[in-house]
Ligand binder design. Sequence first.
Ligand SMILES: [Zn+2]
Ligand SMILES: [Zn+2]
Length: 283
Amino acid sequence: MEKLKERIQQIKKKRPAYGEILGFYQKVKEAQAKLRASLKIDPIRVRKEWKELLTKEGFSLIRKEDFPRDIELSVKLFQTLCQIGRHTSPHLAAQAGKIEEAIENKKIDLKKLFKKGIEGKTIEQVADELGLDKKVFLFLVQASIKPSVEAAREQLHGELDSETLLKGYCPVCGSLPSLSLLKGEEGKRYLFCSFCGYQWRIDRISCPFCNNQEQGSLQYFYGEGEEAYRIDLCDRCRQYIKTIDYRNLAESDPVLEDLATLHLDILASQKGYKRPVPSPWTP
Ligand SMILES: [Zn+2]
Ligand SMILES: [Zn+2]
């Protein structure tokens, strides 16, 4: 946490425009860390034969909806996050207010939402029906189950060898990556799961979304004076992934680095490329 705070201060100095969003992120991380100590989830057991079959067939170990969750803790965290949101930007404050009202009027049952979702509806559908900002609502829900998801991912960590998996989707939960990371002296490339945060190895030159490996249709650009952040563009599927180059940056939270470089997402989108897993904070 101390390291995270330090890094946030550094970024704020360099890019004051990100002050509000980074302040919010810090409070979210603090709230998650505070509750993490009391987290209780059921242990996950993956049967050996099953695991072999899954990896052979290219399936992920577990589905997103099958992650064990600490419901009580998620509910508490969700309420705390709404409170934090109330004191952030006017937009977040308004959204938090609407959500709290919907909970009071029993239009959102938090326990149900975290257990199985509301009557088979997706989070986006629930947000739509209640006239909420989908991205904000989805962020709050995901941030509230994050401690459970991370604990489960840590349990599953030993089940896989992250160095030999060369897929474009998460071998643990099947989700798409939100970022790519370059690490170690030779810049080994890893993908970072948008849902569970697992990191696995992938080829240096390839599009994780369409598996394109033709150099002629893969390009990239850097932010001005920012050699640690790169946007990798694929002309075949017209999508992009943000790459954080840890050879030019001290170890830090990838999600924070992503947040601090939203200007690169705007540039990529102006060039006509899409981000398959959008950041909740890009306009
Ligand atoms: Zn995952
Ligand atoms: Zn592609």
